[in-house]
Design a protein around this ligand. Structure first.
Ligand code: DOR
Length: 433
């Protein structure tokens, strides 16, 4: 089916000049065929009234845990893809900490094959840096790249060994793969279950200092300077990390970072309730770190917003705070929480769209046409009402898990329609039927 979305505010942040205009979007044969005011409707096209809505490229999320293979009781590629498109996300890069780990071509192939069978969102795997995520020897980057990985990471665990990190950067550079670090010095973190500070002390929970993250970032930047490789900080959460990335960029190094909505929205105060949905790695930080993230989102230090969508079941979460697994859902709430930043005057709409679409696509050199609405691109797009508000409900997630830290929060921005390759993959109002 072809579609003509009429009179929405269309924003595309992929070009040098940002497109922001009230135009029609013609979708034909799975592609964005034309953008323009008052387009004539070709025969057989379904017209959709887009007045009062915004249309942007399908969101690109560089940091998602889909749990397949191995932990399908938490999430699988199908439920994760459904959660993604409900949140307007049409391209996801999935982390390799599955069971077995995605450290070889066979697992990369399996993930890509399964995601094509599901066929409602694009899944681009990230391969492991080390075999079995054990931090000892490098996985086969070349083999996994032939399979389709777009980056390498041991996410969930840091690459603690500086020698291994050096080799990962060297090989990553050879293959043109960014190395994504879960920056956490485990010796400094000392098993802390939340951020170190007064809230942890009062709650009687062991804290880990923000320096556990920034010391790792500082070390890695030294290695990037040496090797000239591309390095990306996953879920960066501290002001000091932002200073280090900002400075590295000024020096022309290929250093980038992402920030997760939970880190720019919540603080460690949320852990005082012992709600295990607030437990995440890296932990929710204090207000001054959060303010530093907001500053870095605004000044260009942050390259993209990524969710670190990490589903866990009640088996892992309905336990004491100390014992609970780290992680939060994110796919269905990232657009709304990013819109909060716009409503609060932290960033403007253009920057928000960039951070959720063209920014991440550029960072991992994703194929042409992803993160853009340029004519000829695959018709991956999301139409949303920026004014409509909704209440996050853990019992209504598309994800197989319920561990959202935002349960009960009223947020702006309701997704009305998501198209993937011109196909309606989320259409709660039946606009395409
Ligand atoms: O909180 C987290 N959960 N942080 C990570 O880095 C990994 C993730 C997971 O896989 O559950």
């Amino acid at each position: 089916m072809d579609y003509l979305i009429r009179s929405s505010r269309v924003i595309d942040a992929s070009g040098g000049e940002i497109l922001d205009a009230e135009v029609d979007v013609l979708v034909q044969e799975g592609r964005v065929a034309k953008l323009g005011a008052g387009l004539a409707a070709p025969k057989g096209v379904r017209e959709i009234d887009g007045r009062g809505q915004m249309v942007v490229a399908g969101l690109v999320d560089l940091h998602v845990h889909l749990r397949e293979p191995g932990q399908e009781y938490k999430e699988d590629i199908e439920s994760g893809s459904r959660a993604a498109v409900a949140g307007g996300v049409t391209t996801m890069c999935c982390m390799p900490n599955t069971r077995p780990v995605n450290d070889c071509r066979a697992i990369t192939d399996l993930i890509i094959r399964r995601s094509k069978e599901v066929g409602i969102a694009r899944v681009l795997p990230i391969g492991a840096v080390s075999k079995g995520l054990e931090g000892k020897s490098l996985a086969e980057f070349g083999e996994m790249q032939e399979g389709g990985i777009v980056a390498v990471s041991d996410d969930g665990r840091p690459i603690m060994d500086a020698g291994l990190m050096r080799r990962a950067l060297e090989y990553g550079k050879t293959f043109g793969l960014p190395v994504v670090q879960h920056a956490e010095d485990l010796d400094l973190a000392e098993g802390g279950v939340m951020n170190e500070g007064t809230v942890a002390t009062r709650a009687g929970l062991r804290g880990q200092p923000p320096q556990a993250e920034s010391i790792m970032v500082a070390r890695d930047i030294e290695l990037v300077e040496w090797t000239g490789a591309q390095y990306h900080v996953a879920h960066a959460s501290t002001g000091r990390s932002m200073d280090l990335v900002r400075d590295a960029k000024k020096r022309g190094l290929a250093v980038s970072c992402e920030v997760a909505p939970h880190h720019f929205t919540l603080t460690d105060a949320a852990c005082a309730s012992y709600n295990t949905d607030m437990k995440v790695a890296p932990p929710l930080r204090n207000e001054s770190d959060r303010q530093a993230l907001l500053q870095a989102l605004a000044d260009g230090t942050v390259d993209c917003i990524a969710t670190d969508h990490a589903p866990h079941s009640e088996v892992e979460k309905d336990v004491e705070f100390d014992c609970a697994s780290c992680g939060m859902l994110g796919l269905e709430t990232s657009l709304s929480l990013s819109l909060e930043l716009v409503n609060d005057g932290v960033i403007d709409l253009h920057r928000m769209v960039y951070l959720l679409t063209a920014g991440p696509a550029k960072l991992f050199s994703l194929q042409k046409g992803i993160g853009t609405l340029a004519e000829g691109s695959p018709a991956d797009l999301v139409m949303f009402n920026p004014e409509a508000r909704w209440v996050v409900d853990r019992n209504k997630t598309q994800s197989r898990s319920k561990n959202t830290p935002f349960h009960g929060r009223e947020v702006p921005g309701q997704v009305m329609l998501t198209l993937f390759g011109g196909k309606a993959v989320f259409d709660p109002r039946g606009l395409c039927q």
